[in-house]
Design a protein around this ligand. Structure first.
Ligand SMILES: C[S@@+](CC[C@H](N)C(=O)[O-])C[C@H]1O[C@@H](n2cnc3c(N)ncnc32)[C@H](O)[C@@H]1O
Length: 223
């Protein structure tokens, strides 16, 4: 069975004619997409030979070699773009995701991007908005003590300067308790950085502004 984090990624697939699972590792998501009828075919890619071998073993075990192909690739560099409807990039840091999107050799227009950063989601969101991508939908998945952001993103070509709440919370609906818990955690992290800078006699105004923006967003739903 798939973990809740990957299950949330699967639910964010829109079209499913041809999905690329970047950083597939064990290929469990790829297998789930086919066996649940969410995707017709999947390209399972990974930068590492070890993970790709693990992926191939899983695919063989489930007898899905016809529907799932594997490709060794840094991000999308060696992935053929023809017919791609959705791309999932899950389980890696926000900086790696930016690298993958920056080095993508083809246009991402009209492709549904499902992004699930494990860290630095704020850095990823800021880069997305500044580089012509829009977050369409976002949620938070709680798995044990971990809170994971999962988002769908579209390339619009419109570059924007996101405000601090948007960078930290994206499109999360704070009436959802897990999203509200995510916002609270963001608030705590930002306040810690703010206090640390203040104690060191450094300028903390950016963190002050961000903390206030998150506080207001949370207050809005608690009323
Ligand atoms: C922690 S695993 C995540 C596996 C799966 N996507 C998930 O979310 O459970 C991260 C995988 O991403 C792969 N990876 C890291 N950087 C990558 C890159 N630039 N391009 C493709 N795959 C990458 C790693 O080799 C590893 O298999």
């Amino acid at each position: 069975m798939l973990n809740p984090r990957l299950e949330a990624c699967a639910k964010f697939i829109k079209n499913g004619a041809l999905v690329c699972d970047v950083g597939t590792d064990h290929a469990l998501l790829a297998v789930h997409l086919i066996t649940q009828g969410i995707a017709e075919s999947v390209i399972a890619s990974d930068i590492g030979e070890g993970p790709l071998l693990a992926a191939q073993r899983t695919i063989q075990k489930y007898g899905l070699s016809e529907q799932i192909s594997t490709i060794l690739s840094d991000g999308l560099v060696n992935v053929p773009s023809e017919g791609l409807t959705d791309i999932v990039i899950a389980g890696m840091g926000g900086e790696t995701m930016v690298h993958i999107l920056e080095t993508c050799p083809f246009s991402l227009e009209n492709i549904n991007l499902v992004l699930q950063p494990m860290s630095k989601a704020d850095l990823l969101r800021k880069w997305l908005y500044e580089n012509g991508f829009a977050i369409e939908k976002e949620t938070c998945i709680k798995d044990g003590k971990f809170l994971y952001a999962v988002m769908t993103v579209l390339y619009t070509g419109v570059r924007e300067t996101p405000d601090p709440a948007c960078i930290r919370l994206g499109k999360m609906d704070l009436t959802n308790p897990d999203c509200l818990a995510y916002a609270q955690r963001q608030y705590d992290v930002v306040c810690m950085s703010r206090d640390g800078r203040k104690q060191a006699g450094m300028d903390a105004s950016e963190f002050e502004e961000t903390a206030e923006a998150i506080r207001l967003a949370m207050e809005g739903v608690r009323k």
